[in-house]
Design a protein around this ligand. Structure first.
Ligand code: SF4
Length: 413
């Protein structure tokens, strides 16, 4: 099935400019420069495409917050940090189709009157980084980037910045701090980056997947994009499926697609014991679903929210019934405790205490009081910090305790 983002993935040398051009690449640019920037924003708004980094905020609406009367430079920062455990779709987009991302960057930059764009890429992504740099060099050579691009009198410079391995630098304001050469500490919002962003200038921050969607929308129009998905969650989405699954990998499906079909039809079914116990549907920071919930839910923002979880980054982690959920949660707690930047007490202390309590219960056993305390700590973390890293552990803690009580009771009996 021909979709939006992955159509070139199976073509040999899909990352090279000549293949990209031969398969319709950069075709949206003539149309782009024939439009007014405001009309481009309107088209993206009508498409309803929502940010694919995790929050799901409508992209066109976000762009419209960039002040039109500001004489400061405007920036685009593409979030390619992809540090959420279980998520590996942006990496594929950059490795297999980097020109699609560059074309999307040109579209977004033109729409928001930006002449300098940055791609903040996770440091460990070596192949993706090299392919991006090669693609950017090809684009400069062909006059698609730099001065007077496509001969249209518009200048655009694109830089790739490599991260140094901090999870928190995937948080949009920490990413900006890091780009400015500082420690990656999230900023208090408001002000929001659209008004005070990179170097204190108006900035749009969008994820790789969101920006890579733009060439399709410009080429085919918002109605064609809306042929996929649901009314409130239009289009397609990439899902990274890992864990106890027969064919793990990166899959593009229309939003609203049943999770059951993704696991059974696209991915070949459950591996390991063959018996599904749980699914984390949107990267490790979202509440877990039981097997029963997972088999009933559709993959769109609203359906997953109604089931008590989040679509997040689309990192689907499949768990069979050999797994002790206390052990799994302990691993998560160790990760988030290590990655907390330490600015907020509920996060710095809460993630550390949670890990220590879970680790002690796991190694030595515990009491019902320990489980009550874990819930209480989580209550004091959610919504009480500068960024959502604290929630990213607290919400899983509460959902694991609620949905898999027997796995915790076993350790305290
Ligand atoms: Fe740092 Fe955690 Fe506070 Fe986020 S919630 S700013 S990671 S301490």
């Amino acid at each position: 099935m021909s979709l939006v983002l992955t159509n070139r993935f199976k073509i040999k040398d899909s990352h090279k400019l000549k293949v990209y051009e031969k398969t319709g690449g950069y075709a949206s640019i003539d149309k782009l420069f024939a439009m007014k920037p405001g009309d481009v924003i309107e088209e993206v708004k009508l498409s309803g495409v929502r940010g694919r980094g995790g929050a799901g905020f409508p992209a066109g609406l976000k762009w419209s917050f960039i002040p039109k009367d500001s004489d400061k430079p405007k920036y685009l920062a593409v979030n390619a940090d992809e540090s959420e455990p279980g998520t590996f779709k942006d990496r594929y987009l950059m490795e297999e189709d980097p020109h699609q991302l560059i074309e999307g960057i040109i579209i977004c930059s033109y729409a928001i009157d930006c002449h300098t764009a940055y791609i903040y890429i996770r440091g460990e992504f070596d192949l993706a980084y090299r392919r991006l740099e090669e693609a950017i060099a090809e684009a400069y050579q062909k006059g698609y980037l730099g001065k007077n691009i496509f001969g249209k009198g518009y200048d655009l410079e694109v830089y790739v910045h490599r991260g140094a391995g901090a999870y928190i630098c995937g948080e949009e304001t920490a990413l900006l701090e890091s780009l400015e050469g500082k420690r990656g500490n999230p900023r208090i919002k408001p002000p929001f980056p659209a008004v005070v962003g990179l170097f204190n200038c108006p900035t749009v921050i969008n994820n790789v997947e969101t920006i890579s969607t733009l060439p399709f929308i410009l080429n085919n129009g918002h109605e064609a994009y809306r042929n996929w998905g649901t009314e409130k969650s239009p289009g397609t989405k990439l899902f990274s499926v890992s864990g106890h699954i027969k064919n793990p990998g990166c899959y593009e499906v229309p939003l609203g697609y049943p999770l059951k079909d993704l696991l059974e039809k696209e991915c070949g079914g459950i591996a390991g014991t063959g018996r599904l116990k749980a699914v984390i549907p949107g990267g490790s920071s979202v509440p877990v679903l039981t097997a029963e919930e997972a088999m009933k839910v559709n993959l769109d923002y609203e359906s997953i929210a109604a089931a008590g979880s989040m679509l997040g980054s689309g990192g689907v982690i499949v768990i069979d019934d050999s797994i002790d959920m206390l052990w799994a949660l302990r691993n998560l707690a160790k990760f988030y405790s290590h990655e907390s930047c330490g600015q907020c007490t509920p996060c710095r202390e809460g993630t550390g205490w949670t890990y220590q309590i879970l680790d002690r219960i796991y190694r030595e056993g515990g009491t019902q009081e320990d489980l009550n305390l874990l819930n209480e700590i989580a209550d004091n973390m959610v919504g009480k910090t500068i960024c959502v890293l604290a929630d990213a552990l607290a919400m899983p803690v509460q959902s694991y305790l609620k949905k898999f009580p027997e796995d915790f009771r076993r350790h305290i009996s």
